[in-house]
Ligand binder design. Sequence first.
Ligand code: ADP
Ligand code: MG
Length: 387
Amino acid sequence: MKLKPIHNLKNIQGQRVLVRVDFNVPLKDGKIIDDYRLQAALPTLEYLLSSGARLILLTHLGDPQGKAVPDLSLKPIANHLGGLLKRPVIFVKETVGYQADAAVNSLKDGEVLLLENLRFNQGEYQDDLKFAKRLAAYGNFYVNEAFSVCHRKQASISALRRLLPAYHGLQLSGEIKALDKILKPELPLVVVMGGAKISTKLPLIKKLKSSADKILVGGALANNFFKHLDWEVGKSLVDNDELSKLEIFFKNGKIDDKIILPLDVVVKNESGQAQVLPVKNIKKTDTVLDIGPETIRLFSNYIKEAQTIVWNGPMGYFEEHSYSFGTLNVAMAIAARSTGHAFGLVGGGETVAALQQTKMEEYVDFISTGGGAMLSYLGGEKMPGLD
Ligand code: ADP
Ligand code: MG
């Protein structure tokens, strides 16, 4: 995708720049538990501030459905951000309105204003042009630094960027450049897919299947393929409503040879014990919760040969120790092959959490914070914030 990075923004001394960030951070008792999303936006904010711009920050927090929910106010975020930027961050308790107007009008060069949660407004959800115009009136320029919501058709992402000269933040630009390396890969490309939510993953598998050499399927995702092949899956997690969508990966009852399914699995058996089994030996009373050792070896061999690797979705129920080895071994194989050998990209909330357990995240070339947006971008779906 063609980018318009913020370095193209010239002479912004004294100009008001609206920056759509993603400060959707986890909060507990009004305190931020993990501020990586704030940290990720700092280079863009600092760059704009050092150019003498006046910053007006827009973000959502949680999903309040167009109503003001006190627990989802951005006040604690303004305070925390002030600490990171080492300057006060002005906060107003509304996104648009008289108070916001006044705060915007009195904003000086190098000052930062955070407006209240975008999603307290129905207009945000409805991609409402009127709401977007009220926001646009606050700025001379618009910067999108919120890749993770670019797949949403919401006012601050979609309508707003057509109302002002629009630019891409540094974090967003980095994300797109990395994802474009997957879309135009050095071959062989190996795609590793797992996790639970099959509907969000199918477009990506479909799209990357033409360029990929192998698509390694693990996690609960694989159960659906087993079931489609009429194999016993016992009590395993299966998405019955989506099963028919797998048809495209089969010809005359045989699976596409690019798609590699597990050879063996770890089940929780009738007596509640973890047990390794070939996939054909799964019993009615078993629950498949991880890939087995033969599969780890098979997957690792493909990963070792790759020049480009993309991984989304854990190989099993890694939150429980007995069922974490498949995921952690795959994570380590990918980390070992990445940086210098192959280009390795890992994304997805739980997937990144699993990678972090290995302490090897620095060995992976790029960690996408995009989640759903990453899947949409790689799957070639509509991106209202980018298209
Ligand atoms: P991500 O957030 O990385 O995109 P998903 O949200 O799709 O990944 O899926 C992650 C979840 O899938 C994890 O919480 C994991 O426990 C679960 N999972 C993976 N494999 C299995 C399985 N075989 N049975 C049950 N849950 C599984
Ligand atoms: Mg998830």
